[in-house]
Design a protein around this ligand. Structure first.
Ligand SMILES: [Zn+2]
Length: 387
């Protein structure tokens, strides 16, 4: 496959040179029942480039048809108290500002529906969610929350909504410019609700040298000014835009723009430049391997967190894989890490005590993981690769 030559956000063709991550598994957030099944996952090169006009970072080698977004796609993070806090805070603040009791909420890309269910329970609102990876009870038009296992189109929207939520979707969508226009059409059909977007913030990845936050499922990485520009370009106005979850994510609140205004292209922001990230990547990887070596952790370490960051770490360090990955999501325990034979175990598995050191994949979870390990009477140490 040849590399994409135009920006999927703004359509312009002035792109930076690519940053290559070779032969990565095309899906990390997926339940594989056996090592054979997991090791057979297709691999592709990731070729990140940045658009010099709008600042979008994207994988120019992306092909969404190789990613299985079905019921075995498993990316719930709701088992972590820190993540629960983040969701709770988002739900409470939306309710505080938009008084959602009795109102209607639409969620596009709702995953297994946990956030929508929680939000409706908290606020007394009614919810309708769409996602191809949804599993469980879909409810009915008479229940408080109702789910559809497919993509939503503007033709599906026959009633007005007060809120349209789209969390952790835009980083997965190849044709992002077209998608934001579709989202605009959905919002128009829904009677101009507040549209809430949440997605990782590229500046955090650059600042933290977080190489393990780049993976195939995420075809787009948004510097702040880039996402705001692309939303405005799709016909939205940006009502609010803030960094959340320790700066890892950004949340935008959008409404339909009443009139078209001439937009200035943001270009590449200094703090969100792919070239800065790429320049230190090799040294960052060597530093990670050196840390393992210095601590004499040849194959005798583990990672806490089988989310995308933890799985990406396994693939970043093929020379020195961990013995296992620990995760509190029961749906993942007993499975193996995508593209490897590394098993996923639960925190109470006795194997936990066989490793002298455990790496914390995401710094936001340090406090709760340390607390769990203390309660489990784990006598080893924890460490992190955070720059
Ligand atoms: Zn662009």
């Amino acid at each position: 496959m040849s590399l994409r030559k135009d920006c999927p956000g703004c359509g312009r063709t002035q792109l930076t040179r690519p940053f290559l991550l070779e032969s990565q598994p095309v899906v990390l957030n997926y339940r594989f029942a056996s090592p054979a099944e997991s090791e057979a996952v297709p691999r592709r090169d990731i070729q990140l480039v940045q658009c010099r006009s709008c600042g979008l970072v994207f994988n120019a080698n992306f092909d969404d048809s190789v990613i299985p977004y079905d019921a075995n796609y498993e990316n719930r993070q709701c088992f972590s108290p820190a993540f629960q806090n983040h969701l709770q805070h988002l739900a409470t603040s939306l309710n505080h500002r938009y008084a959602l009791r009795g109102k209607r909420i639409l969620e596009v890309g709702c995953g297994k529906g946990d956030f929508l269910k929680g939000l409706c329970k908290l606020t007394g609102a009614r919810g309708v969610g769409y996602d191809t990876t949804f599993e469980g009870d879909p409810g009915s038009p008479r229940s408080q929350v109702e789910f559809h296992r497919r993509y939503a189109t503007a033709a599906d929207i026959t009633k007005p909504y007060h809120l349209l939520i789209c969390r952790h979707v835009v980083e997965h969508v190849g044709p992002i410019g077209a998608f934001l226009k579709e989202l605009h059409a959905l919002a128009a059909a829904a009677g101009d609700p507040v549209v809430v977007l949440e997605t990782p913030l590229f500046e955090w990845i650059v600042q933290n040298h977080c190489l393990w936050d780049v993976f195939y499922e995420h075809c787009n990485y948004f510097p702040r000014t880039s996402l705001a520009y692309l939303c405005r370009n799709a016909g939205f106005k940006v009502v609010a835009h803030r960094a959340v979850f320790g700066g890892q994510y950004q949340v935008l609140e959008l409404r339909l723009a009443r009139r078209k205004v001439a937009l200035k292209l943001p270009g590449i922001p200094t703090a969100g430049a792919l070239s800065t990230f790429a320049k230190s990547a090799s040294a960052d990887r060597r530093r990670m391997l050196a840390t393992l070596q210095k601590q004499s952790l040849q194959g005798s370490w583990a990672i806490w967190g089988a989310g995308a960051k933890g799985v990406a770490l396994v693939h970043l360090l093929p020379e020195n894989p961990p013995q296992f990955v620990i995760d509190s999501n029961a749906a993942k325990q007993g499975c193996v890490i995508a593209g490897s034979a590394v098993p996923i175990i639960g925190p109470t598995d006795p194997r936990l005590h066989s490793v002298p050191a455990i790496l914390i994949a995401n710094p936001n979870y340090t406090a709760e993981i340390s607390k769990s390990l203390h309660e489990l009477a784990y006598t080893g140490r924890t460490f992190s690769f955070q720059a």
